[in-house]
Design a protein around this ligand. Structure first.
Ligand code: NAD
Length: 328
C-alpha cells in the first residue's frame, strides 16, 4: 500500500517510519498541508493521511474519488475537517478515536492549574529574578464546581482527575452515561453555577459557538474556561468581549477557531495578522497552547499504530471499526 502523508513534522516520522516498514507500506511524508493546490500530489497513492487542519472539502474529495483513492486516514480523533457528506459512499474516512484520552485530559488540567495559579507568569518573573508574587493569587480548587461539556473518553478522563482534586463535577451531554459518577445537568446550569468550565464535545453544527455572548453572560464572574476540544466551540469575538468585561478568572485554550495555517508553525519572525489571536495572547489571564493536548509519547505511538491498522483493514477488506460515517 502506498500512503501519502500531509502536514507532517519531524515528530510524526518517529513511529510512522518504524511501523510503516513492519506493515510494508510505502509512506511519503509531505510537510505541506493538504489544500486544493497540493491535493494533486496524492495521485498514484492508495490512501491519503491528513491532520487536524487539513480541510477536505467536496471539491477535494471529488478529486480523490476520481483519482481512485481507497481511503482517507485521519491522524486524529476529531473529524470536523472532512466533508463527510461528500465522502459518503465514495471513500471511507477512518479516524483514531482510541488513543490516550489521558493525554488530552492531563493537558486540560495543565492549562487549568496554570491559569489558576499562574505558573506561566511566575516562571517569567523568577527567570528575571522578579520574586514579587503580587497579582498571582489563585483559588483552591477543592469543593469548587466543575462543569464538563461532553462526557466521552476525554471528558471522563478529565472528570476523574478533577474528582481527585475534591471538586464537585456537573456535566452536560445529550447522551448521558449512567455509569458515570457525575450529576448531569443542563448547559444553562453549568454556565450559571460552574467555577470551572471545560469543553470536551466534538465540533458539530449543534456545538458550534456553544460558548457565545449569551452563554458568557450567564457565567459566574471569575470563571475559568478551558478548551482543549475544537476552536469553533467558542465564538472568539464574544470571548474577547467577556475578557474585556472582566468576566473570566482565566482562559486556557489549546485550540482556536482560526488555527489553520498558524498552529503548529513557527511564526516568531513574522507579523501575525490575526487580530483576534493577537488580542487573546495579550490578556494576562489567557494561556494559549498550540493544539498539543494529544502530544505525549504514548498518544503519538498509539496514533501511529491505529492509523496503520486502519490502512491494514482497508487493504485486507476487514471490518472498518474506526470508520466515520455521514449522518444526515
Ligand atoms: P468522544 O467521542 O469519546 O466524546 C465526545 C462526547 O461529546 C460524547 O459523549 C458525545 O455524546 C458528546 N457530545 C456530542 N454532542 C454534544 C453536544 N451537543 N453537547 C455536549 N456533548 C456532546 O470524543 P473524545 O475522544 O472525548 O474527544 C472529544 C473531542 O476532543 C474531539 O471531538 C476532539 O475535537 C477533541 N480532541 C482534541 C485533542 C487535542 O489535542 N487538543 C486531541 C483529541 C481530541
Amino acid at each position: 500500500m502506498k500512503i501519502i502523508f500531509y502536514s507532517t513534522k519531524p515528530y510524526d516520522r518517529i513511529w510512522f517510519e518504524l511501523l510503516g516498514k513492519e506493515y510494508k507500506y510505502e509512506i511519503h511524508f509531505l510537510e505541506t498541508g493538504c489544500t486544493m493546490e497540493t491535493i494533486s500530489l496524492s495521485k498514484g497513492y492508495d490512501a491519503i493521511c491528513i491532520f487536524v487542519n487539513d480541510q477536505l472539502d467536496k471539491e477535494m474529495i471529488d478529486y480523490l474519488y476520481q483519482s481512485g483513492m481507497k481511503a482517507i486516514l485521519l491522524r486524529s480523533a476529531g473529524f470536523n475537517h472532512v466533508d463527510l457528506k461528500a465522502a459518503n459512499g465514495k471513500i471511507p474516512v477512518l479516524r483514531v478515536p482510541n488513543y490516550s484520552p489521558e493525554s488530552v485530559a492531563e493537558h486540560t488540567i495543565a492549562l487549568l492549574l496554570s491559569i489558576n495559579r499562574q505558573t506561566h507568569r511566575a516562571y517569567n518573573r523568577t527567570r528575571d529574578f522578579n520574586m514579587n508574587i503580587n497579582g498571582l493569587m489563585g483559588k483552591d480548587l477543592i469543593n469548587k464546581k466543575a462543569g464538563i461539556i461532553g462526557t466521552g473518553k476525554i471528558g471522563q478522563a478529565t472528570i476523574k482527575i478533577l474528582k481527585g482534586f475534591g471538586m464537585k463535577v456537573m456535566a452536560y451531554d445529550p447522551y448521558p452515561n449512567n455509569q458515570l459518577d457525575v450529576i448531569y445537568t443542563s448547559l444553562d446550569e453549568i454556565f450559571e453555577k460552574a467555577d470551572v468550565i471545560s469543553l470536551h464535545c466534538p465540533l458539530t453544527e449543534d456545538t458550534k459557538y456553544v460558548i457565545n455572548k449569551a452563554a458568557i453572560e450567564r457565567m459566574k464572574k471569575g470563571v475559568f474556561l478551558v478548551n482543549t476540544s475544537r476552536g469553533g466551540l467558542i465564538n472568539t469575538s464574544d470571548l474577547i468581549d467577556g475578557l474585556l468585561d472582566g468576566k473570566f478568572g482565566g482562559v486556557g485554550l489549546d485550540v482556536y477557531e482560526e488555527e489553520e495555517g498558524i498552529f503548529f508553525e513557527d511564526l516568531s519572525n513574522e507579523i501575525v495578522k490575526d487580530q483576534n489571536l493577537v488580542r487573546l495572547a495579550s490578556f494576562p489571564n489567557v494561556l494559549i497552547t498550540s493544539h498539543m493536548g494529544f502530544f505525549t509519547k504514548e498518544a503519538m505511538q498509539a496514533i501511529a499504530i491505529e492509523t496503520l491498522e486502519n490502512a491494514y483493514a482497508i487493504e485486507n477488506n476487514l471490518q472498518l471499526v474506526n470508520e466515520v460515517k455521514y449522518q444526515s
